[in-house]
Unconditional design. Structure first.
Length: 366
């Protein structure tokens, strides 16, 4: 008889939700985590009295009421609404693309004027069958918005010229002909009042957690402890990259404390000029409407990923998707290992989707 029902590899959101529900069903869980902390990439740490998102901004948003009820049962959320700003060579634009954006871009004051401007630019481009991301973007929103707000940011994010990126990356671009800066436009959104780390700590209450534990350094011994493995790490790493290495982009952060109460006046500013090396600056206190005397900012730099580094964004092109399908076939052939989460399924997932899939997994497995 093994001491645990489930060995959960990774103390991020998927692993924590699964462990919580399995424990509630009377199962014994062991959660292991390679890092020295729980919560995965949603980990927050208090610096100068401010909850700092150590792995980039995480803003919870969902239209799924069941997921919202679940997550808010483990911590109170504030009413933060994401309203980012884009900075292009010192010019400021509201995001997502809406009437405030179009007024700043062209001076138009009515939805009809904005629609006519975009339609004229789309017609002038005359692109019927987009061959790359640049042509796709221009065919959707015209050249001005593309050049000022999409091109530089996208090229920094992916490390490639927009002409060399597939059109599928932006199948659609949300354009609102309203004066509305609510980026997600979701029914429920906010940030945990006590931070994401505390939220995950509450999910893992009463569950055995081992930090600083690399699954692959003691895989056989760890597997022997449980009936079933819930694996949330990179799927190609599990199979020792036997089919090849899946590709990701990674993010590097420069975080600093500033002797000012308010640096940029908003939580998120995207820098859309390619000449600026970072993609955006996060001012963490604004996620929680903070009034501290100092502030903490993080500059984000997108970079190529190498094996051994923390992966962030899957490069979901045809080559990588074909490779992932090979690993998924191998995963489906295993009877006692379940792959979940962002890395385990090689997808970019919002937090609400991670929770939804973890809850579904417990319904089927526990």
């Amino acid at each position: 008889m093994k001491p645990f029902d489930y060995l959960i590899v990774g103390a991020g959101l998927f692993g924590a939700v699964f462990a919580n529900r399995a424990k509630a069903a009377g199962k014994k869980c062991l959660v292991i985590e390679k890092r020295p902390h729980i919560a995965g990439n949603i980990y927050t740490e208090v610096i100068e009295g401010i909850d700092v998102h150590q792995y980039g901004a995480h803003i919870f948003h969902t239209n799924n009421e069941a997921v919202w009820k679940f997550v808010t049962s483990f911590g109170d959320f504030n009413n933060f609404v994401n309203s980012p700003v884009a900075n292009y060579k010192g010019r400021l634009f509201n995001l997502p693309f809406n009437m405030n954006t179009f007024y700043a871009m062209w001076g138009v004051t009515t939805p009809r004027q904005a629609q006519e401007k975009i339609a004229a630019q789309r017609q002038e481009a005359g692109i019927e069958h987009p061959r790359n991301l640049e042509e796709q973007a221009i065919s959707l929103v015209g050249r001005d918005i593309y050049e000022v707000l999409i091109k530089g940011y996208t090229e920094k994010q992916w490390g490639r010229d927009c002409k060399d990126l597939p059109p599928s990356i932006i199948r659609r671009l949300p354009v609102r002909f309203l004066f509305d800066n609510n980026y997600f436009n979701a029914k429920f959104q906010g940030i945990p009042v006590s931070g994401y780390t505390e939220l995950v700590k509450n999910l893992l209450q009463g569950i055995t957690v081992r930090l600083n534990t690399d699954y692959f350094e003691g895989k056989a011994a760890l597997d022997a402890l449980a009936q079933t493995v819930i694996y949330t790490g990179a799927i190609d790493r599990y199979f020792d990259y036997c089919e090849g290495t899946l590709e990701y982009r990674r993010v590097r952060f420069e975080t600093e404390v500033l002797e000012t109460p308010n640096y940029q006046g908003v939580a998120v500013v995207n820098y859309t000029d390619r000449a600026v090396p970072y993609t955006r600056i996060i001012e963490h206190k604004h996620f929680a409407f903070g009034g501290q005397e100092k502030t903490v900012i993080s500059r984000e730099y997108s970079a190529e990923w190498k094996v051994g580094e923390d992966p962030y964004y899957p490069i979901g092109d045809e080559k990588n998707q074909a490779l992932y399908r090979k690993y998924r076939e191998r995963a489906e052939a295993l009877s006692n290992v379940y792959f979940g989460g962002r890395l385990g399924t090689y997808r970019y997932l919002d937090m609400d989707k991670v929770i939804e899939e973890a809850l579904d997994a417990t319904e089927h497995l526990v």
